[in-house]
Design a binder for this molecule. Structure first.
Ligand code: IMP
Ligand code: MG
Length: 193
């Protein structure tokens, strides 16, 4: 019987990661973004953090919102785990619910938070789901956006950084579920060759 060699994904200990956006730059940008969000969002907000990629960003963003000093913003928080299949392949890139929301979003002003806007399928699915359940309004905040990669027409209301078309990891973003713990956004140079 043939045993398949398990390919080990690169890991920070063994592969150099190049910093694209430092932890300091992220923190500064989040403070500005939070200011923008605080100006325009209603008070009755429900944050929907898309898992798994946005958990670090969402955790920092809601604290940055608090630190704006606008304490009329008292976001409630929920999580939605989505998976998209067929990314980068010939398939349609179908999005599915892995774990649903716990809260009722009917009548709520929802802020969807995601790590990165690429094809736009994940965020389109999330937005349509929330609207379909009767949300009063939906806004979208993403940490990163890769321009020129959109397969569906959707825009984020708040964007942290526009990044070049490299595979990025860290600050919640993964490669094979690794690297989420990095406090910065980086690229894996050995993957680009
Ligand atoms: P979209 O549905 O194509 O917009 O893909 C968005 C999802 O793909 C994100 O929530 C990420 O989980 C994942 N993704 C896209 N680009 C990258 C990347 O460069 N690094 C890590 N994950 C990525
Ligand atoms: Mg994701």
């Amino acid at each position: 019987m043939r045993t398949m060699a398990k390919t080990q994904p690169p890991h920070p200990g063994s592969v150099p990661i190049e910093t694209l956006i430092s932890a300091d730059e992220i923190a500064k940008r989040l403070a500005t973004m939070a200011g923008d969000i605080a100006k325009t969002l209603p008070e009755n907000m429900m944050v929907v953090s898309l898992l798994r990629g946005s958990f670090v960003f969402a955790a920092d963003l809601i604290r940055a919102l608090h630190n704006t000093g606008n304490h009329t913003l008292r976001p409630q928080v929920d999580f939605l785990t989505l998976a998209s299949y067929g990314r980068g392949t010939t398939s349609k890139g179908t999005v599915e619910i892995v774990r649903d929301l716990t809260e009722d979003v009917d009548g709520r002003d929802v802020l969807i938070i995601d790590d990165i806007l690429e094809s736009g399928r994940t965020l389109t699915f999330a937005r349509d789901l929330v609207m379909g359940r009767g949300a009063h309004s939906v806004k979208i905040a993403v940490l990163l956006e890769k321009p020129g990669k959109r397969k569906v027409n959707i825009q984020a209301d708040y964007v942290g950084f526009v990044v070049p078309d490299h595979f990025v990891v860290g600050y919640g973003l993964d490669y094979a579920n690794y690297f989420r713990e990095l406090p910065f956004i980086g690229t894996i140079p050995s993957m680009e060759k």
